[in-house]
Design a protein around this ligand. Structure first.
Ligand code: C5P
Length: 286
C-alpha cells in the first residue's frame, strides 16, 4: 500500500517585503495560491529505507541527506519516534530554485504523507513547528490553501479560494539563489498589503492585484537573472493575460488567465517564442 501526495507549486500572487528581523530573515506580506501542477511524493512501507528521484527535473537535484524530503523524514522520526523503514519516491517536475517552492512543497508533501501513514494530524503543533524548521515556505505548503501569509511565512490566514483562474508558469531554466535576491534588495521597509477588499469576480481580483500589490523581489531578481525581464514582457503580451508577475524570488514568472484553456492557448504561443524554457499551464484559485 502506497501513499501518494501531490507537492503543488506555490505561486506568490503578491509579495511585499516590509521589514527585516534581527536574525536576517525578512518580514513578508504575501498573497499565495497553489497550482494543480507540481511534484509527487510516494511513500511505501518497505523492509529498508530507500529514496529515489525520477521525473523530468530529477537530474537537477541530489538524492542525498540534504534533500528536503529526507530532512522532513528525519524530523518526523525525531518528533514522533515512528521509525518504520520506508521507500520514498520523489517525482520531480518543478524546476529547482525557481520561486515556486518546489523543495518546500516536497517537504510538506512528505510530512502530509507521513502523517497519513501514521495516523497523525498534519496540523498538530509539533508537525507545524517541524515544518517551520525546514524552511519559511514549508508551513504554507503544508496547508496547501490559498492564503494571506505574513511574518516570515509562518502566519497563514487561508482565503476563500472561490475564484478559480488559469495560470501559465514559465521559467527560463535559470536557477536563482533566494538569499542572493534578498541581499540585493534596495529597500526592506516597503509598504504592506492594504486590507483585502471584497473580491467577487476575476476582474475585481486582477484590478486589486495590479493597483495595490507588487512582488518586491522582482527588481533584485531581474538584476541577477535578466531573462526575467524578457519573461515578464513576453507574458504581458500574450492574448487574454490579466496579470504578469514573478513568483517568490524568481526566476519563475506567471501569467494569470480566465481559465486553464486560455492559459494553454497562451502556452502554445509562448513555447514558439521560448522553445527551451520550462512552460506549464495550470489551474489555481484564490
Ligand atoms: O527558509 P528558507 O531556507 O526557505 O529560506 C531561504 C533563504 O531565503 C533564507 O536563508 C533567507 O536568506 C531568505 N529568506 C528571508 N526571509 C524570509 C524567507 C526567506 O530572508 N521570510
Amino acid at each position: 500500500m502506497s501513499i501518494v501526495e501531490e507537492a503543488r507549486a506555490k505561486v506568490n500572487l503578491a509579495l511585499h517585503v516590509i521589514g527585516r528581523r534581527p536574525d536576517g530573515y525578512h518580514e513578508l506580506d504575501m498573497l499565495v495560491a497553489f497550482a494543480d501542477a507540481g511534484d509527487t511524493v510516494t511513500l511505501t512501507p518497505s523492509d529498508r529505507d530507500r529514496f529515489d528521484i525520477d521525473g523530468p527535473m530529477a537530474g537537477d537535484i541530489q538524492a542525498d541527506a540534504d534533500n528536503l524530503v529526507l530532512r522532513a523524514l528525519r524530523g518526523f522520526r525525531k518528533t514522533t519516534g515512528r521509525t518504520e523503514p520506508l521507500a520514498i519516491r520523489l517525482t520531480k517536475r518543478l524546476p529547482v530554485a525557481s520561486g515556486i517552492g518546489g523543495g518546500s512543497a516536497d517537504a510538506a508533501a512528505t510530512l502530509r504523507g507521513l502523517c497519513r501513514l501514521h495516523d497523525c494530524r498534519s496540523d498538530n503543533p509539533d508537525i507545524t513547528a517541524l515544518a517551520r524548521s525546514l524552511g519559511a515556505d514549508v508551513p504554507m505548503c503544508l496547508t496547501g490553501l490559498p492564503a494571506h501569509v505574513t511574518g516570515i511565512g509562518e502566519q497563514i490566514a487561508p482565503t476563500a479560494g472561490r475564484l478559480s483562474f488559469g495560470l501559465l508558469l514559465v521559467n527560463p531554466r535559470v536557477s536563482v539563489s533566494t538569499p542572493a535576491v534578498f541581499k540585493t534588495l534596495e529597500r526592506r521597509d516597503n509598504p504592506p498589503l492594504p486590507a483585502l477588499p471584497t473580491i467577487n469576480t476575476l476582474t475585481d481580483l486582477t484590478a486589486f492585484f495590479i493597483a495595490e500589490t507588487r512582488n518586491d523581489l522582482e527588481r533584485p531578481a531581474k538584476a541577477i537573472a535578466p531573462a526575467i525581464i524578457d519573461a515578464l514582457a513576453d507574458i504581458a503580451s500574450l492574448p487574454g493575460v490579466r496579470l504578469a508577475r514573478m513568483s517568490g524570488s524568481g526566476a519563475t514568472c506567471f501569467g494569470l488567465f480566465d481559465d486553464r484553456p486560455a492559459a494553454e492557448a497562451a502556452a502554445a504561443i509562448f513555447a514558439k517564442q521560448h522553445p527551451d524554457w520550462w512552460i506549464q499551464p495550470a489551474t489555481s484559485s484564490f
